[in-house]
Design a protein around this ligand. Sequence first.
Ligand SMILES: Cc1cc2nc3c(=O)[nH]c(=O)nc-3n(C[C@H](O)[C@H](O)[C@H](O)COP(=O)(O)O)c2cc1C
Length: 176
Amino acid sequence: MNIAVFVGSLRDDSLNKKLAKSLEAVAPEGVTFEYVDLNVPLYNTDIESPYPEPAQKAKDAVLAADGVLIVTPEYNRSIPGVLKNVMDWISRPYGANGFDAKPLAIAGASGGPIGTAVAQSDLRHIAGYLNMRLVGQPELYFTLATDKFGEDGLAKPEYHEQLRGFMENFVAFIGK
Ligand SMILES: Cc1cc2nc3c(=O)[nH]c(=O)nc-3n(C[C@H](O)[C@H](O)[C@H](O)COP(=O)(O)O)c2cc1C
């Protein structure tokens, strides 16, 4: 089973990158993660045809995937622009939405106590419009996350059960 993974932060030491890697580490056997590169042009209808190669690569990763996992920070009470931009690309051209009917799970990490709840809520609106099959529960708000990762950059052992449960549920959801 192949999951297309979007991490909504570009920075090297991203908590969300660490959370995505931690989910990958505890995912059921046979599950592979393909990380989608968010470095695509700014969406502009004028350059939609021919479809830019980086955007096509991102779209192809979604089309080939059994499911989509988005692990994102919250920026100004919504999702980061880089994430929305690549999603806009994949939804286009009109009538060829790459996300159509794809199973989606959402997670997020932050150093604060809100744990990306507002961004995730916004993302659920977008995903509904894009006709994705959205996992409702369990939600994954990795709050106060700075201290939850070890030296290896992965979640500490006490969080493995929570993360494993999240992935097992997603895999079962994809299979339904
Ligand atoms: C532009 C910007 C806006 C932010 N807005 C929020 C916010 O609305 N809510 C929040 O909890 N944290 C906010 N933060 C803090 C991020 O949650 C924090 O930097 C987080 O670690 C970023 O994720 P990353 O570690 O994966 O890069 C913001 C950070 C930036 C850079």
